[in-house]
Ligand binder design. Sequence first.
Ligand SMILES: *Cc1c(COP(=O)(O)O)cnc(C)c1O
Length: 400
Amino acid sequence: MPADHHSVQPAKISPPAMGEPYLLTPGPLTTAASVKEMMLRDWGSWDGDFRAMTAQMRRELLSMIGDHEQAYDCVPIQGSGSFVVEAMLGSLLPRNSRTLVLVNGAYGQRIVKTLAYIGREAVVIDKGDYLPPRGAEVAAVLKQDPAITHVVAVHCETSSGILNPIKEISDATYAAGRKLLIDSMSAFGAIPLDVNEIRYEALVSSANKCIEGVPGFGFVIARKGELEAARGNAHSLSLDVHDQWAHMEKTGQWRFTPPTHVVAAFGEALRLHRLEGGVEGRGARYKENCESVVEGMRSLGFETLLRDRWLSPIIVTFFCPQDPKFEFGAFYDLMKQKGFIIYPGKLTVVESFRIGCIGQMDRAVMRNVVEAAGQSLKEMGVDSAAPPQSALAEREKLAA
Ligand SMILES: *Cc1c(COP(=O)(O)O)cnc(C)c1O
C-alpha cells in the first residue's frame, strides 16, 4: 500500500453474528455489523440530513473513477442491480440506436433480453459460458456493421467469474467511433475503472456488491453530456435516469420513496471502503481471498473453470468432482452446517459451483472455507476432488 495513505488501515473483518453463516455469494453478501446497525434508525426522505447523505454518497462514488474534470455524475436508482442496468440502457440508448452486446454468461444474456423488452435493436457476440470477448472481435463487428452506435459490456461476468478485458473492448469501441456502456455491477469498487485509463460513457453497479452495502438500490455513473442527451429516451418513468438526475440536481431528493435505511447503511459501507484504502485496498483484500481459496481448493484436488489469467478476485467457479459419491446438494448442506453458504454453478456444459470472494471476509476465513470443503468431502466419502476429463478438455479451449 502506498506510504502516503496514512488513513489506510488493514481491514478489520466484522464476522457475521453468532450462528449466522458467511455468504460466499456475489451479493447479497456478508456485511459489517456497523453497516447493519445503521438500519436501526428511521429517516425522513425530504429531510436535510437524508438529502446530505444522498449528496455525500454521490460524491464518494464519483471519487472512485478519477474524474478530475467533473465530466461525470452519479445517479442512484431504486431497485436491484437489474433495474439499474435497464434504467441505463433505456435512458442512454436512443430509441433508434443499435447496440452490440458482448455476451459470455447470464448477465450478458439478461442485457440482450432487456433490450428486446424495451425495443432497442441489438447485435450480439456470444462467446458461450466463459470465453472472453476480445477487442479484435469487437473491432471486426463494428467495422462490418456501421449502423451500430453503442457497445455494452459486462465487466466481471459473475456467472463464471471471468474478468472481461474491458480496456481492450473500450479501445476497440472508441477506435471505431462508438460509445461504451459497462455493467460493472460485481466489479466496481474493487477493480479500477479510472476514466483516465479506460474510456466509457456510463457504468452501473449496485449497493450490495463490492462496496458491501445491503440490497435496495444501484447507481449509474455517466458522462453529464450523456445524461443531458438522455432526456426523452426512456421507456419507463420510474427507470428514467435523466428524470431522476434532473430532479436530484434541483431538489437534492430522490423522485420516489428512497430506500432510506439502505442508503444510510451504504454511507457506512462507503466509510469502511475508504478506511480500507478505497478501490485499491478493497481489491487487494479480495485478491488475497481469491488466491487463498484457489490455492487451498486446488490442494484438495479441485480445479478452477478458468485459467489464472481470466480469474477475477470477485468469484471463482470450480468444477464438481467426478467421484460418483459427490453430489452438490449434499455438499452445499455440509458446507452450510459448517457456516458457509456457497453458490451453485451456472454453466450449461459441465457441473460446477462457485465461491464468492467479496464481503466481510479475509484470508483466514477463506482458509476455513477450504478446511470445511475438505471435511465435507470426507463426510461424503469422496476420495478425489478431481473433475471429469471432459471438464478439463473444455477448459483447454481457453488456452488460446
Ligand atoms: C449482480 C449482478 C447484476 C444485477 O443482478 P440483480 O440480481 O438484479 O441485483 C447484473 N450484472 C452483474 C454482472 C451482476 O453481477
